[in-house]
Design a protein around this ligand. Structure first.
Ligand code: PHE
Length: 520
């Protein structure tokens, strides 16, 4: 597309004027274009700006200060400066203030003039019997009257006067009059001179072939069909536009929607669960020993009221058996599984807490399944809570991306495949796993991705195959269940380029307005 196609009708109107003016090396100013084109000043300003964006003209902005006569100045041009008038009035005999007033000079002018005249020693003052000031002319004053003062001369000039073009004596008069009330004023004037560029000269011969084009389609044009034999103007859609601060979804929510879409497209079903859970579901069902450090108050938020929840009788008795005696407790003797020993406490299992991971939703989902549901795949993206102190890398309330795949034929390699596929869609090409430990998976793996910008691997979550100690009490038999739980915020923060995870939720207007759009 050539520049010619992009010219607006306004630009087309003023370009010939600019090109005609080319011989004039001084350029052309806005007023002249307004005059020659008959357009409004705002239209010319806009067209000139657009031409400059297209690199067809250059603008030269000059700021000038002009001196104008103010109200008193205009008056003094006619009558002369009041100090000169006073000198003339007293040159033959002294005059009192009231006599000067009766000659038509105001009190204010008298006061200013007395100051002026005393300074250049043109008068002396005394008081008469009425205790009134009387002005006498001095020899200096008489000499002063013989030649015209610089100020008086200055007032005879033609205004407006450009400040930059003042002669030295004018400058003196200007400085002195400037201090006095409403004699002169200064106005700032911006003049823009326009010059055409080489680019513009190149296209000038083709300009005549460009006809006025349609820039806007109106209902009338559509009805009458008059647009049909006309050409439409091209628009440069890459040119800058004003920024609008419109309402929009929070960028973390955009990312969550995106994650959900990835799993839905891979055939997963979304699972949901409650934020408040019993320890039984959040921890015991996942074979987390009851004396595990993660259960401490400093790691987990327990609920004060209601502090306890309901236990499912059937299920709790199975959990009691696996926790105390492992699979042997469930009369499954094929694996050497002896449990955690000790006494399983229902008191501990009843305790309500804010879920510490979304793996609790996976356990509850498994509890709902029947044999005929397999194979099946579920995911969730939801909030979890940990009693941790807030810093650059930690939030106490964050999201986990959870997933389970229940399939008699699933294996650990499939798990890696799902994770790689997911992270690839999140913009991470390099994924690796490291051996890890979770009470509920065997084998267990920590997932890490490579960050190019910082040349580091970061840990983004845990994964593994659920242990039979978890699966059997829930499903009644052991089937491979692939599982993972990943930290959403840590996954998305590198994309936004934040160095502090808290920036995601500061709700700082600047961040909200200018943050990168999520890769939809
Ligand atoms: N629940 C673990 C966490 O919060 C992650 C995980 C989920 C690990 C599923 C293994 C299997 O870190």
């Amino acid at each position: 597309m050539s520049v010619l196609d992009e010219l607006t009708n306004l630009e087309l109107k003023i370009l010939p004027i600019l090109i005609n003016n080319e011989k004039n090396e001084k350029g052309i100013n806005i007023d002249n274009i307004i005059f020659q084109s008959g357009l409004k000043d705002i239209e010319v300003m806009r067209a000139v700006q657009w031409l400059s964006n297209k690199n067809l003209v250059t603008l030269n902005e000059k700021i000038d200060e002009f001196i104008l006569l103010d109200v008193n100045g205009k008056e003094y041009v006619k009558t002369g400066l009041p100090e000169i008038r006073i000198l003339n009035l007293i040159k033959d005999s002294e005059k009192s203030v009231s006599q000067l007033i009766s000659e038509g000079i105001s009190m204010e002018e008298i006061n200013i003039s007395i100051g002026q005249l005393k300074k250049n020693l043109s008068i002396t003052l005394s008081k008469n019997d009425n205790n009134e000031l009387v002005l006498f002319i001095t020899e200096n004053g008489k000499k002063f009257l013989q030649k015209e003062s610089l100020e008086q001369k200055f007032l005879k000039k033609k205004f407006p006067l450009n400040i930059n073009e003042l002669l030295p004596e004018d400058k003196f008069a200007f400085d002195s009059l400037k201090k006095r009330k409403q004699i002169i004023s200064v106005e700032i004037k911006k003049t823009i001179t326009i010059f055409i560029t080489e680019n513009c000269k190149k296209i000038s011969s083709d300009l005549s072939s460009v006809s006025n084009k349609i820039e806007k389609l109106t209902p009338e044009m559509i009805k009458s069909g008059s647009y049909k034999d006309k050409e439409f103007r091209s628009f440069d859609i890459s040119s800058g536009v004003p920024k609008y601060n419109y309402g929009k979804k929070h960028f973390v929510n955009d990312a969550i929607d995106y994650v959900k879409k990835i799993f839905l497209e891979m055939g997963f079903t979304e699972m949901k669960g409650s934020m408040v859970q019993t320890s039984m579901w959040d921890l015991d069902s996942l074979f987390v020993p009851q004396d595990h450090p993660a259960r401490e108050m400093q790691d987990t938020f327990y609920i004060k009221d209601p502090s306890e929840g309901k236990l499912q009788k059937d299920y709790i008795s199975k959990l009691k058996k696996v926790h105390e005696n492992g699979l042997f407790g469930l009369n499954k003797n094929e694996i050497d599984s002896r449990g955690w020993g000790g006494k399983f406490s229902e008191e501990i299992a009843k305790k309500n807490l804010l879920r510490t991971h979304t793996t609790v939703i996976s356990a509850q989902t498994l509890a709902q399944l029947k044999d005929s549901d397999f194979p099946a795949k579920f995911f969730s993206v939801d909030k979890v809570y940990r009693n941790e102190s807030l810093d650059q890398k930690h939030l106490f309330e964050f999201h986990q991306v959870e997933g389970i795949v229940i399939d008699p034929n699933a294996n650990f390699t499939n798990l890696l495949g799902y994770l790689k596929e997911f992270f690839k869609k999140m913009g991470y090409d390099d994924v690796r796993i490291r051996p890890a430990h979770f009470p509920y998976t065997e084998p267990s793996a920590e997932v890490e991705v490579y960050i190019k910008e910082t040349n580091t691997w970061i840990e983004l979550g845990g994964s593994g195959v659920f242990r039979p100690e978890v699966v059997i009490p829930l499903l009644g038999k052991d089937i491979p269940v692939l599982a993972w739980g990943l930290g959403l915020e840590r996954i998305i923060v590198p994309y936004f380029g934040f160095r502090d995870i808290r920036l995601l939720y500061n709700n700082d207007f600047k961040v909200l307005r200018h943050s990168k759009k999520w890769m939809m």
